[in-house]
Design a protein around this ligand. Structure first.
Ligand SMILES: C[S@@+](CC[C@H](N)C(=O)[O-])C[C@H]1O[C@@H](n2cnc3c(N)ncnc32)[C@H](O)[C@@H]1O
Length: 261
């Protein structure tokens, strides 16, 4: 099977979030999120200028972050893909789940903490990123904090490939992830994924899935966060898998009444 290199499938959701969603927990097991969720919780507690009690997770996927964050935060999970929301519901039945697009969803209420974790990497144009940051701002309470965690910014992007996957009770999956840039400076990179899915009978199927991800300079992230009305901040990402990679997490601090940015 070949893929037209000019077809970035803009607008199409990867199969991983649609018909292959049931395999997602084997691709990225929930236990792998414990360290990162602890880091996120620490940042929320350090930067929220009100008691952090509520969280909105934009692009919540399988709810793997929420599985940890819900211990201290009442979580509302928003995702564009019904199959991913269903996974999240199974893992976190006590959390509120809402089908929505992080570029446009409006819930009509604010949260102490807003998280747009790796899902924000799917903002593949500056306009989409701007819209997603506006959504985060609209839903952040005064004195609250939004956290945006792109997989890469232009300065940290490295082309390359990785393998992974895990075994379930009766089935297993392995994958190859191959990141590359189609053209320098066009604001996106591609992640071509090959999944090997083995079912209980031992039969194996192979699928190709293209993920189109945005790639913007660090300064653009900070500018867009500030333009939305937040006080922007970049914080080194402390995680055992990312030491010395220069990865950062972006925060948007929404001023409390009477505060100026
Ligand atoms: C890698 S998963 C997120 C995993 C998540 N951090 C977790 O804890 O499980 C990426 C998710 O982003 C969602 N997504 C992509 N574009 C979106 C959009 N515009 N609005 C909302 N969700 C989106 C996908 O449907 C997918 O579930």
């Amino acid at each position: 099977m070949t893929t037209d290199p000019t077809d970035c499938s803009f607008g199409a959701q990867p199969r991983l979030y649609r018909d292959l969603a049931d395999w997602y927990p084997l691709l990225t097991p929930v236990a792998d999120y414990a360290e990162e969720a602890a880091f996120d919780r620490h940042l929320f507690e350090a930067h929220c200028r009100r008691p952090p009690r509520t969280l909105l997770d934009l692009g919540s996927g399988g709810g793997h972050n929420a599985a940890y964050l819900k211990a201290t935060l009442a979580c509302t999970l928003v995702d564009l893909a019904p199959a991913m929301l269903e996974l999240g519901r199974r893992l976190n039945p006590e959390c509120e789940h809402v089908l929505g697009d992080m570029r446009s969803v409006r819930l009509g209420r604010v949260f102490d903490c807003v998280l747009a974790h790796d899902a924000i990497s799917y903002m593949a144009s500056r306009a989409d990123l701007q819209s997603a940051i506006a959504t985060a701002f609209e839903h952040t309470a005064p004195g609250g904090v939004a956290m945006l965690q792109p997989d890469f910014v232009s300065e940290t992007f490295t082309p390359g490939s990785e393998t992974g996957g895990s075994d379930g009770d009766s089935r297993a999956m392995r994958y190859i992830e191959w990141r590359w840039k189609r053209a320098p400076g066009d604001g996106v990179y591609l992640t071509d994924m090959a999944y090997l899915l083995r079912d209980g009978s031992g039969a194996v199927e192979v699928f190709h899935d293209r993920h189109v991800m945005g790639l913007f300079p660090r300064a653009d992230w900070l500018d867009l966060i500030a333009a939305a009305g937040f006080e922007p901040l970049a914080v080194p990402f402390e995680h055992s898998s990312y030491s010395d990679t220069g990865h950062e997490v972006f925060l948007g601090l929404r001023p409390a009444p009477g505060e100026r940015t």
